[in-house]
Design a protein around this ligand. Structure first.
Ligand code: NDP
Length: 338
């Protein structure tokens, strides 16, 4: 049974229309991961005529993942890019308007919310769903920046192939690092997993897989001090061990997998966030501190950060937006007694 009430939102103020460089939409969705696409599916089926801007990485973080084994409905697993393509097609089937473009600025001071796309066009939105996800973090070393793209990467699926039969390192101790190390172990000769603590934070099943993989060597209590190389790219990394000694390992690829930063910077002047930048929502909903603005997926979830939970909150955001617009529409139709 549909979770949406049927309603007529055909009032002019709610229609999508273009006026020079300003466009007015009922429901604007920013971001194209599982949260954004799910919001688009639900919003489109509720006749909110959603417009979705995909951002810099259409399909979001899952496009850099290999096999997704834990999304219900795919008993044999599916690749991240395929799953995202499926979600996009599903949203388009209901006429969600999915576009290339990056939200570069926002003015959420009062509705309609004004979102600048690609530093040029402005979209006025009666409701806004933020599904901008999170971005990989880097260590912040000068040498890391220097060798970016010539040995340093944050995506094994994208760049692992370049290091076929070579020795590489992954830094991090969470599920992402474990997943990257496992992926690389199938391509590379040897994978060093550099972990700053004396334990892995990754889930038990991932830990076991890493430990049981012959060509992965875990270096606990090692901190990266410098990535070294020459004009040909990276050829090693200097680590500091628990005794404070420098240790050099010879590698040609260095993969950073130390977590993520929520992509909320353009909204922080208006929306409440935690100290890291995750957008705060009213518990049990996707409502932010501004009525009509909703947040879903990794940009508001520092804890679960799963494709399925992102999709779940995307669904919630569309329902929250639909109810918000419905209530506004009812108010607008009330004729004052006189
Ligand atoms: P996490 O925050 O879980 O882990 C980050 C890791 O990087 C930690 O081990 C942390 O070390 C380490 N780290 C952070 N900063 C540095 C630094 N400067 N130098 C060295 N190491 C550093 O991030 P993940 O991206 O791994 O995972 C995020 C979420 O996504 C988790 O909830 C995870 O379970 C989930 N996930 C699930 C997957 C799946 O189910 N297939 C796949 C990938 C992620 P320390 O422990 O010392 O803080």
């Amino acid at each position: 049974m549909s979770m949406f009430r049927k309603m007529d939102l055909s009032d002019d103020t709610f229609e999508k229309k273009s006026d020079g460089e300003v466009e007015k939409v009922k429901c604007l969705i920013i971001g194209s991961g599982p949260a954004g696409y799910t919001a688009a599916i639900y919003a489109a089926r509720a006749n909110l005529k959603p417009v979705l801007y995909e951002g810099l990485q259409p399909g979001g973080q899952l496009t850099t993942t290999t096999e997704v084994e834990n999304f219900p409905g795919y008993p044999d697993g599916i690749t991240g890019p395929e799953m995202m393509e499926d979600m996009k097609r599903q949203a388009q089937r209901f006429n969600a308007d999915i576009r290339f473009g990056l939200a570069s600025d926002s003015d959420l001071s009062s509705p309609p919310f004004k979102i600048t796309i690609d530093n040029a066009k402005i979209v006025h939105a009666d409701s806004l769903i933020i599904a901008t996800g999170a971005t990989a973090k880097y260590l912040g070393l000068e040498s890391e920046t220097k060798y970016m793209g010539s040995g340093v990467s944050a995506c094994a699926t994208c760049d692992g192939f370049f290091y076929k039969d070579q020795d590489v390192a992954v830094v991090g101790g969470g599920d992402t690092a474990a997943e990257e190390a496992l992926y690389l172990s199938g391509i590379c000769r040897k994978v060093y997993l550099i972990v700053r603590k004396d334990y892995l934070r990754a889930s038990k099943v991932m830990q076991e897989r890493v430990m049981n993989t012959e060509n992965i060597s875990i270096l606990f209590e090692h901190v990266t001090s410098e990535i070294v190389g020459d004009e040909g790219g990276v050829n090693g990394v200097i680590l500091i061990n628990s005794k404070g000694e420098d240790v050099r390992i010879d590698i040609t690829g260095f993969f950073v997998a130390i977590g993520h930063t929520p992509n909320s910077s353009i909204f922080r002047d208006y929306l409440e966030t935690d100290e890291v930048g995750y957008i705060k929502t009213i518990p049990g909903s996707t409502k932010t501190n501004i009525e009509g603005v909703f947040a879903c997926g990794d940009v508001m979830d520092a804890y679960y950060r799963q494709a399925v939970t992102a999709a779940g909150t995307g669904c919630m955001a569309a329902i929250d937006a639909e109810r918000y617009l419905g209530a506004r529409h009812t108010q607008a139709k009330k004729v004052p007694a006189g």
